[in-house]
Design a protein around this ligand. Structure first.
Ligand SMILES: [Mn+2]
Length: 363
């Protein structure tokens, strides 16, 4: 039996290690009968060093499961259990916050796999483009200005460069379908990468039939996609469903996420990381005008990786510490911006018009 586990997994094994001992280094297994504070400390230290770790224990009380869940989630690890065939235990653990519970009753071969956001071995060079919001004409102008050409209506990729789209492809603008079509084609051809923005996520939920409020520009997507074939809509659903919320490139030197990402969250996956990457560092509160209050995570960023992001529009790109926000509010009538990596060269084109009024004047 083969088992794929992410490198950043913490396994609680109720079954004997002999079932998988060949694939796990002895030093990464903690053998214990009771979950003392020292054991919790040991786990905390190992996960802090991004180690794969197995806890071999015969039983766990509910309060112990809670303690483990807490320390594992603190490091944004996947929490995995290996158990004997026991349906009620499986249910209980999943309910208690385990990401996956595997029944192990024979020898297994464990394959450690990378998270889909880990593209450290892809070095670039990259042309990174921020929030397009359906501004297809400006996107084409920008690509042409950057030296891209078209042949029989198809974009010719540049030999030594790949495109990265920072999310928020949809909503508010006038050619949402065209933007989706182009980006989907480029990603499928493996000449571009795309990450998820909050607007893409919301459109996906709408297309899948979830009850979402059709406001903040989703009206435009709903209207413009209303006459499209089921085939096209299904391809959009498939495409959006697969989008990660961050990518780590170039040996960890470049991180892209729609709303940015603090260093602790680079190269990891969890609910809170997804929320941060899509919406930023929101407090959950709103200001007097009803806008969500966002902390400016970039001001406190001290990480080694360059983080390129968008989501919050400004008149000019905004660079603090080792971060660059390239959302220059094209759909609000300002401009669409490309950042070249590693050159850090900026190319931009003016918006043809105001497609959507921003509630505040851009600064
Ligand atoms: Mn956004």
């Amino acid at each position: 039996m083969y088992l794929n586990l992410y490198e950043l997994s913490f396994v609680v094994s109720y079954v004997d290690t002999s079932f998988f001992i060949n694939d796990v280094e002895l030093s990464s297994i903690i053998y214990t009968n009771t979950l003392s504070n020292d054991v919790i400390k040991d786990i905390n230290t190992r996960l802090g060093k991004s180690e794969f770790c197995v806890l071999q224990i015969s039983t766990l009380e509910d309060k112990d499961v809670e303690k483990i869940n807490k320390v594992v989630k603190k490091h944004d690890y996947k929490l995995i259990a290996f158990i004997n065939n026991d349906v009620s235990l499986k249910k209980k653990l999943l309910k208690a916050g385990f990401d996956d519970v595997f029944t192990i009753d024979e020898k297994v071969k464990i394959n450690k796999i990378k998270l889909s956001c880990d593209l450290k071995d892809v070095k670039g060079n990259f042309d990174i483009i921020g929030d397009i919001h359906g501004c297809y004409d400006e996107l084409i102008d920008l690509l042409i200005k950057a030296g891209y050409t078209f042949k029989d209506g198809e974009l010719e990729p540049l030999n030594d460069r790949k495109l990265i789209f920072l999310g928020d492809l949809v909503d508010r603008g006038n050619k949402i379908k065209e933007v989706l079509e182009l980006v989907m084609k480029l990603v499928n051809k493996k000449v571009a990468y795309c990450i998820m923005g909050n607007h893409d996520d919301k459109l996906l939920r709408y297309l899948k039939g979830n009850n979402v409020k059709i406001i903040h520009g989703l009206e435009s997507s709903v209207e413009q996609l209303s006459n499209e074939s089921k085939e096209f809509i299904d391809s959009v659903i498939d495409f959006l469903s697969e989008l990660p919320v961050q990518y780590v490139f170039d040996e960890g030197r470049l991180v892209v996420a729609h709303a940015g990402l603090k260093e602790d969250y680079h190269g990891k996956e969890s609910k809170r990381i997804r929320k941060f990457a899509l919406y930023g560092d929101i407090t959950g509160e709103t200001d007097e005008e009803g806008f969500p209050i966002r902390r400016d995570w970039a001001l406190n960023y001290k990480g080694k990786a360059l983080v390129v992001y968008g989501h919050t529009p400004y008149l000019e790109i905004r660079s603090y510490n080792n971060t660059i926000n390239i959302d220059t509010g094209c759909v609000f009538g300002n401009k669409l911006t490309m950042l070249r990596y590693p050159e850090l060269e900026i190319i931009d084109v003016d918006a043809n018009k105001v497609y959507y009024e921003h509630k505040r004047k851009l600064v």
